[in-house]
Design a protein around this ligand. Structure first.
Ligand code: XMP
Length: 327
């Protein structure tokens, strides 16, 4: 049987009871797979890796070593939040690595989306290999792969958690306890594991992070504008009560400028695109109607507060034909 194929008769996990049964099954499976060996987990702080962390902490406790790599492509305040929730509240065995310069140097001048993903994915694994070499006896690599990642892995995308592993992969094996689950099921599992609702309901964030939203070759100035505009969007959607209603929303910054004007001078500034979508499993998505006043207020704030930006656009395109991310 293909272990990457969801059995046709597998029940959709929608209730705490089904979640509990799944968790028990996975705890047993993980204990059997890893024995008394140590497992390294990339804890990005997204729903998938957070749920895997909580599940593995329950299954193997301190045998799980969580590594949070700040690749410089995190959203504003995100690394701080991971440390707060996992290290301070959950007492996880967590190592924090700030690898910002290393990632941005490697990515300099690289414009092709799949190359960017590959570089980020491979660099991630290298960082983990380096960490595992420093740590005694790390045997397994855990990942927050979910079913849509597997379904799309032979398509145009090389999602970092499926397609980005280099050939010199040195671990004994992978631990991927939620790889046959859809996103909504992963959230049910997270709730059953007692993770805070704010974390379980958090919108997904791609492994390559802001790297796939800073289109084309990443530059530090555009990355900064992207991060700041994204933070404004999140703050204002929160205030407007939209966070719980919209599945995923973020800003995107293209790699071309548009003409702006300030103090009578024409300028080459960047546009910022707002992307907001609703979906169940990320395979198709619709665009929500956002109150015009909210969009207008966000536009004003971004234009006033974020250097180098002269336009704000709202993307109305559903998936298909557009994907959720821009690249
Ligand atoms: P698309 O753009 O394919 O996105 O409609 C579907 C969902 O997947 C996320 N996404 C990624 N997640 N690595 C990830 O872990 C990636 O390279 C990646 N690309 C897209 C995207 O944010 C959306 O939730």
């Amino acid at each position: 049987m293909d272990s990457n194929k969801r059995p046709e008769n597998m029940e959709r996990i929608t209730t705490p009871e089904l979640a509990a049964a799944f968790i028990d099954g996975q705890i047993a499976a993980v204990r059997k797979q890893v024995g008394d060996k140590k497992v390294l987990l990339a804890l990005s702080g997204g729903v998938d890796s957070s749920v895997v962390a909580a599940l593995l902490i329950k299954a193997i406790g301190r045998q799980l070593v969580c590594v949070h790599v700040n690749h410089g492509l995190m959203r504003k305040g995100e690394s701080e939040e991971v440390i707060e929730v996992f290290q301070k509240r959950m007492d996880a065995n967590l190592i924090y690595i700030d690898a910002t310069d290393r990632f941005l140097d490697k990515l300099a001048g690289v414009a092709e989306p799949e190359k960017k993903r590959k570089i980020i994915g491979e660099e991630f694994v290298r960082v983990f290999e380096e960490e595992s070499n420093k740590l005694e006896g790390i045997a397994f690599l855990a990942q927050g792969t979910i079913y849509p990642d597997i379904l799309e892995s032979d398509g145009v995308k090389a999602h970092h958690n499926v397609g980005g592993l280099p050939e010199d992969f040195k671990f004994e094996g992978l631990v991927e306890p939620v790889k046959l689950l859809y996103k909504d099921e992963v959230r049910v599992i997270g709730k059953a594991l007692g993770l805070p609702v704010s974390m379980v309901e958090r919108q997904p964030f791609p492994g390559p992070g802001l790297g796939v939203r800073c289109l084309g070759a990443i530059t530090r100035d555009r990355l900064h504008a992207l991060r700041e505009s994204d933070a404004i969007l999140r703050e204002e959607f929160d205030k407007a009560g939209l966070t719980a209603q919209i599945w995923q929303f973020f800003t995107v910054i293209p790699d071309f400028t548009a003409t702006g004007v300030k103090d009578g001078k024409r300028l080459d500034y960047w546009p910022v695109i707002i992307r907001a979508v609703n979906t169940v499993d990320a395979m198709s998505a619709t665009v929500p109607e956002i109150d015009y006043a909210v969009l207008k207020h966000i536009t004003d704030r971004i234009l006033n507060e974020v250097d180098g930006v002269c336009r704000v656009l709202y993307d109305l395109s559903p998936k298909p034909i557009a994907t959720i991310e821009f690249e």
